[in-house]
Design a protein around this ligand. Structure first.
Ligand SMILES: C[S@@+](CC[C@H](N)C(=O)[O-])C[C@H]1O[C@@H](n2cnc3c(N)ncnc32)[C@H](O)[C@@H]1O
Length: 408
């Protein structure tokens, strides 16, 4: 069918299935869920496509794309733009996409690689469904997908190709945080060295003598989650983007045996390390959930159980920021507190794009005003910017602390 809306004619023929797939990709980047992309949201799409747009580039796209001149790109306008950017009929683009999924670089896609990828893309499939997905594309029946089979694959595979093409930042995030969990001595950061480990934790004001060195070695906090709000005995704490669990252990020591601590992270290696660290410190009241924190209402993340939700350095990594704030709100009991520490952006997108990357906590960072706006938009009250921990990544990327409440 030829897609036509508001008098705009698409240059390419798109089927309804393809349209649905593009819509899902559009929704992924429509961080505030208002049905259109602002310049910031468009910049995020471009960054995850590996582009570094200047303000002039963004202006130029808006002039060409924003045909109804309302200063936002709606789905129809997005379609016109994106179909020229990710061409899943191009063998070159497909080769890049294939290589991104083939994380061990052995030239075939395995069940495990697909499982990891689908988790990162928030496509919820059981092991049986992944096996079926492989069978659909596995023309020679050897149980793995080679490049030629990948090129010919259709159905859900098309959505995977599109989504990976547009959102490969997730893959970078998984890679970066897997390495930090498994091999902390190899350093941290892709475009620049990032602060991490025991030295950074000490600088952020943690008492690093409290736990063994292993608890701190893969930590990468950008402030101290316990510096600006109290956590009391018997309370329940949820940490969204808990990493290797340093904050989980501190929280467990504060809530005591009558309290409970739940850590959520999408990187398997981090979840495993957090479990080990909890056991190493002898805490039996720490539970780990491997899940994305930014799908708003993940089935595995409990609702209305937390007195305190913390997120330390993790929300900037999500392109679905509004969903992340909704999830924080949903986790809290009425009257609960949200302690957020995150990297925020002080300068222009143009300066930032040149200085960092998404998984280095720079590109996805938003200004303080945007964080307060999102907090209020999802229902938090008493939303406050509290201060700035001593943590700076660039001239334009600096950590800030925030406190918000869910009314009782
Ligand atoms: C900068 S690290 C901070 C880790 C931890 N809070 C600490 O202080 O050490 C960010 C963590 O968030 C996780 N993460 C990023 N995006 C996520 C998402 N959408 N859902 C769940 N976890 C995510 C990463 O796997 C990583 O462990």
């Amino acid at each position: 069918m030829l897609f036509e809306r508001k008098g705009i004619k698409m240059s390419k023929q798109l089927t309804q299935t393809q349209l649905d797939e593009f819509k899902e990709v559009f929704d992924l980047f429509d961080a505030d869920g208002n049905g259109s992309l602002s310049k910031d949201e468009l910049a995020n799409v471009m960054h995850s496509l590996g582009m570094n747009p200047t303000n002039e580039d963004l202006e130029a796209i808006f002039i060409k794309t924003d045909t109804d001149l309302n200063n936002a790109i709606d789905f129809t306008e997005f379609l016109q733009w994106i179909t020229n950017k990710v061409d899943i009929t191009s063998k070159e683009d497909l080769r890049d996409i294939f290589q991104l999924i083939d994380s061990d670089g052995n030239g075939v896609l395995s069940h495990d690689e697909l499982r990891e990828l689908l988790n990162a893309l928030r496509i919820d499939l059981s092991d049986d469904e992944i096996t079926q997905l492989i069978q659909q594309a596995d023309l020679d029946g050897n149980g793995v997908i080679d490049y030629n089979e990948f090129v010919q694959s259709e159905g859900l595979w098309t959505k995977i190709k599109l989504t990976v093409g547009v959102t490969h930042s997730f893959k970078e995030i998984l890679k970066q945080y897997t390495q930090l969990a498994e091999n902390p001595s190899a350093g941290f950061g892709t475009t620049m060295p990032l602060p991490y480990g025991k030295v950074n934790a000490k600088k952020m004001g943690y008492d690093v003598s409290q736990f063994p060195a292993q608890v701190w070695e893969s930590s990468c906090m950008c402030g101290n989650s316990f510096s600006f709000g109290s956590v009391s005995k018997g309370e329940t704490v949820i940490d969204l983007g808990c990493g290797a669990g340093a904050d989980l252990c501190v929280a467990a020591s504060l809530v005591g045996e009558t309290g409970k601590v739940i850590g959520v992270d999408m990187t398997t290696a981090m979840v495993k390390k957090a479990e080990k660290n909890a056991a190493l410190c002898g805490f039996s009241n720490i539970e780990l959930i491997k899940a994305p924190f930014d799908t708003a209402k993940h089935k595995d993340i409990p609702i209305e159980v937390a007195d305190v939700v913390i997120a330390n350095g993790s929300f900037n990594l999500s392109p679905r920021k509004k969903c992340a704030f909704v999830q924080a709100f949903n986790c809290l009991k009425p009257g609960g507190r949200f302690y957020l520490i995150d990297v925020i952006r002080e300068g222009s997108i143009e300066s930032e794009a040149k200085k960092g990357s998404w998984c280095d906590c720079v590109t996805g960072a938003v200004p303080i005003s945007k964080i307060l706006e999102l907090m209020k938009a999802v229902g938090f009250v008493e939303c406050k910017h509290i201060g700035f921990p001593n943590y700076r990544l660039s001239d334009y990327a600096i950590a800030a602390t925030f406190l918000a409440k869910k009314s009782g």
